[in-house]
Write a protein that binds this ligand. Structure first.
Ligand code: NDP
Length: 452
């Protein structure tokens, strides 16, 4: 059978682009369809613009900190339009690089919605034509779950819109307690917005180590972000040009924006999956085996659309394993252990390996080493932000099972600790490493006393 393509990929985000580029570099004839912009969630409306917003929002505090070191500054003001324009220009540049890199290895790009018609046929809506492929890869990612399931939910924005607001709101309420809610609460707060965080539980970031959750709750409080824990939004209405929000605690308040950050869901609707027999789970995620094969032999899926570990570097690695296995005769099974994570709160969080709770549920003898201090940089700055570090150790063999850090640049630090934890190093080997002084992370190799 002669197909138009060896591989046709639907979705040009982190996973789809990496798989397509690599497959093409191995000699496959590859086409890729993208209905939005090449680069996907991470580059266009996720990690990358978010990180620019994080940097922008940290400068206000840095200007204040500098005063403690003798720097004088006049009135500080922030211009939202400048940030948007500069962020958009950089996103345009990255989008161009992604397109160029795909074309360089011969991947044909279609700016179109794609729908699967049968196991080997894809319909390209904007061209009103069909293409055929020996293998199809679905890498369409996820979308924000907007539905708050309350009257007036249409008055909310999600992270998608937060990147393009024509004006910076004066007051915002953010619903949710996950990565996005926490990161945007600190972002808007740092930019001078009055922020309320409303969450149905007593703490944010369920699933993270308890000490990190305590740390971030304290940081939210220090920055004067209004916390409405164990509270839900019950109704939103448009009153006098503002969004009037009724909360489950009986309070009614007005905001310029209401942001819903209550999770993301796989973008599998109207892709033609049911008709062709691709099995989905109850959340609409595509079910795959360890080689990313769906219930249809020649159709594969990876990244957030499979709703497993929804992180960009994971999708990229899955793309590599898929391309190596299918197009380079080099079978690879990805290892999902010890994937490090960062939450860009302020200060940030970094986490790798087991939480204390998970370790105690798995091993009989768990040792905990932790420290909490005000980092040197913050002392002259009169900044109350703290730093915490925690090592979770298997007491039977001394192996470090997990590390959790809260503090400025914790995202950078955790990348390095992840190497040691992935290498299976012991606490004694951490301690045998000479400290770098004076740094905050020297604590990682000098924590002598157990705190469990
Ligand atoms: P998360 O899944 O992280 O968090 C969703 C939050 O919304 C949880 O606190 C959840 O509460 C709450 N929630 C869910 N449903 C409802 C509801 N009906 N009403 C009220 N609250 C609700 O989702 P995010 O949107 O924050 O992020 C999506 C994913 O994107 C993340 O899981 C992560 O994989 C990725 N991401 C990663 C980042 C990073 O690496 N730094 C940054 C941003 C996103 P509960 O805990 O009770 O379930």
């Amino acid at each position: 059978m002669n197909y138009d393509y060896d591989l046709f990929t639907i979705g040009a985000g982190s996973g789809g682009v990496r798989a397509s580029r690599l497959a093409a570099s191995f000699g496959a004839k590859v086409g890729i369809a993208e209905e939005s912009r090449v680069g996907g969630t991470c580059v266009i409306r996720g990690c990358v613009p978010k990180k620019f917003f994080v940097y922008a929002s940290e400068f206000g505090e840095a200007i204040e900190d500098a005063k403690g070191y003798g720097w004088q500054s006049g009135d500080k003001s922030f211009d939202w339009q400048t940030l948007l324009q500069r962020k958009d220009a950089e996103i345009d540049r990255l989008n161009g690089i992604y397109i160029k890199n795909l074309k360089k290895v011969g991947v044909e790009i279609f700016q179109s919605r794609a729908v699967i018609k049968d196991a080997h046929t894809v319909y390209l809506a904007s061209e009103n034509r069909h293409v055929t492929a020996e293998k199809i890869l679905i890498a369409v990612g996820g979308r924000p779950t907007k539905q708050l399931d309350v009257d007036g939910h249409h008055l909310t924005i999600t992270s998608d819109e937060a990147f393009h607001l024509s004006e910076l709101p004066k007051r915002i309420v953010i619903a949710g307690g996950g990565y996005i809610a926490v990161e945007f609460a600190f972002i808007f707060n740092g930019l001078g917005v009055d922020v309320t965080l409303v969450h149905r539980r007593d703490q944010v970031l369920r699933g993270f180590d308890q000490d990190l959750r305590d740390y971030v709750m304290a940081a939210l409080g220090r920055k004067n972000i209004h916390l409405k824990m164990e509270t839900m939004i019950e109704k939103i209405s448009f009153v006098d040009g503002q969004r009037q929000v009724e909360f489950s605690d009986g309070k009614i308040e007005k905001f310029d924006q209401v942001m819903s950050a209550i999770g993301r869901h796989p973008h599998t609707k109207e892709l033609g999956l049911e008709a062709v027999g691709v099995a989905l789970d109850e959340k609409g995620a595509i079910k795959v085996d360890e080689t990313y094969k769906t219930s249809v032999d020649n159709i594969f899926a990876l990244g957030d659309v499979t709703d497993r570990v929804n992180l960009t570097p994971v999708a990229i690695r899955e793309g590599v394993a898929f391309a190596q296995t299918q197009f380079n005769d080099n079978p690879q099974i990805m290892n999902y252990d010890n994937i490090a994570m960062a939450v860009f709160s302020q200060p940030a969080l970094g986490s790798v390996g087991m939480t204390e709770e998970a370790a105690r549920a798995t091993f009989a003898n768990v040792h905990i080493y932790k420290t909490d201090f005000r980092p040197m940089r913050n002392i002259l700055a009169d900044n109350d932000d703290r730093m915490m570090m925690k090592l979770v150790v298997n007491g039977d063999n001394d192996k470090v099972l997990g590390c959790h850090i809260g503090g400025h640049e914790a995202g950078e630090f955790i990348q390095l600790v992840a190497i040691a934890i992935n290498a299976g190093l012991t606490k004694a080997q951490f301690d045998a490493t000479c400290a770098v002084h004076p740094t905050a992370t020297e604590e990682l190799v000098t924590m002598a006393a157990r705190s469990d």
